[in-house]
Design a protein around this ligand. Structure first.
Ligand code: FAD
Length: 317
């Protein structure tokens, strides 16, 4: 069953969790510990993020020069395989285009196929330091839709070098990202939605949203998607805030508003223990409301804050 089929299987609201591959040099135990805690909530699938290199710069007096190129969290494909083997839970590795050549992507997809992983999330990925170090445009897929087309071709057995073979026995099924509060680069919501529709028309079986803290933003987004003919499931993504710093950082990184009544409560907290408590309560209310409104699945961005996510899941399960 593909992820979208699992989502639509029955009427009850189900859960899924996003986990990060370990930081380079660390072992996989922390990921397994998170799953050991979260598996009691019967996740329909577990997403594994993907991370491109990050460019560090220093100035040599005449401008910025590249200092080093590091990928802090490699291992998406291997972590996905390890989880699927150990737990038998469906995994959804994220495949991003920026920072990876089309050839590297093809090899990753071939590996996934061999490992029996046929669900992926197709994403563009962010540019780091884009103003000073443009991505390798000529070798990478520019937008998520081009990556989706590469996946479609591979599903038909068409490889980048022009060779072709039998189509994969189990084709890749994929979802794409959607933004209830608009993607930061989109000039307006209409434009962003048209590009989202193009990804769905290309073959995406579901949309997974960026995190939001105000459910009304999600409901409005779903309505607008439906009004332009996006019919696939739209999976809401939510996240408990865990540090005071995230109050400023998350809106910047993920282009999402934190409602003022929530922000006010967070600002009153004297330490991060209180922040977690207030935020868990907010996220529980969000999740209960989503459940009441019949969403098929609630996707939790854990950012490895497993304990907060566990508390929310326990209250809503
Ligand atoms: P696209 O769909 O390509 O859209 C990017 C922008 O370009 C949008 O503004 C869109 O309106 C516009 N656009 C789209 N197509 C075209 C076109 N043909 N011509 C002109 N404009 C166009 N990032 C990571 O690096 N790793 C992850 O693991 C990861 N996981 C994520 C999971 C989810 C559920 C979400 C919502 C986001 C995730 N991201 C991740 C972040 C994501 O990669 C960034 O938000 C990225 O900037 C956009 O990705 P996209 O797939 O939405 O891009």
């Amino acid at each position: 069953m593909t992820a979208a089929e699992l989502v639509l299987k029955d009427k009850e609201t189900k859960f899924s969790f996003e986990l990060l591959p370990p930081l380079k040099g660390n072992n996989i135990d922390r990921v397994f510990r998170s799953i050991d805690i979260l598996k009691e909530f019967n996740p329909q699938f577990i997403n594994i993020t993907s991370h491109r290199e990050e460019y560090a710069f220093e100035t040599n007096g005449q401008g910025y020069v590249e200092k080093k190129v590091i990928r802090k969290r490699p291992g998406t494909v291997a972590v996905a395989a390890a989880i699927q083997n150990k737990y038998g839970i469906k995994v959804i590795p994220h495949i991003i285009s920026r920072g990876f050549t089309k050839t590297e992507t093809e090899y990753a997809l071939i590996d996934l196929n061999f490992m029996g992983i046929h669900d992926i999330l197709v994403l563009r990925g962010d540019d780091t330091h884009k103003e000073k170090y443009p991505p390798r445009h000529e070798e990478c897929n520019q937008y998520a839709i081009e990556l989706a087309q590469q996946v479609n071709n591979l599903n038909k057995g068409i490889y980048l070098d022009g060779t072709s073979n039998e189509p994969f026995e189990t084709p890749f099924a994929y979802g794409v990202a959607g933004y209830p509060e608009k993607h930061e680069e989109a000039p307006n919501m209409d434009s962003d939605l048209l590009y989202l529709k193009a990804k769905v028309d290309a073959g995406a079986e579901y949309v997974m949203t960026q995190m939001f803290f105000d459910n009304q933003k999600y409901y409005d987004f779903v309505k607008r998607c439906r009004s332009i003919g996006i019919e696939v499931p739209i999976i809401p993504g939510i996240k408990p805030i865990t540090t005071a710093n995230q109050l400023n950082v998350l809106p910047k990184i993920f282009s999402c508003d934190i409602p003022e009544d929530f922000a006010r409560e967070l600002r009153k907290c004297k330490d991060n223990v209180e922040v977690k408590k207030v935020s868990v309560e907010w996220t529980i209310q969000q999740a209960l409301d989503l459940k009441k409104n019949g969403v098929p699945i609630i996707h939790f961005y854990t950012m490895m804050a497993t304990e907060s996510v566990r508390q929310v899941a326990e209250a809503v399960y």
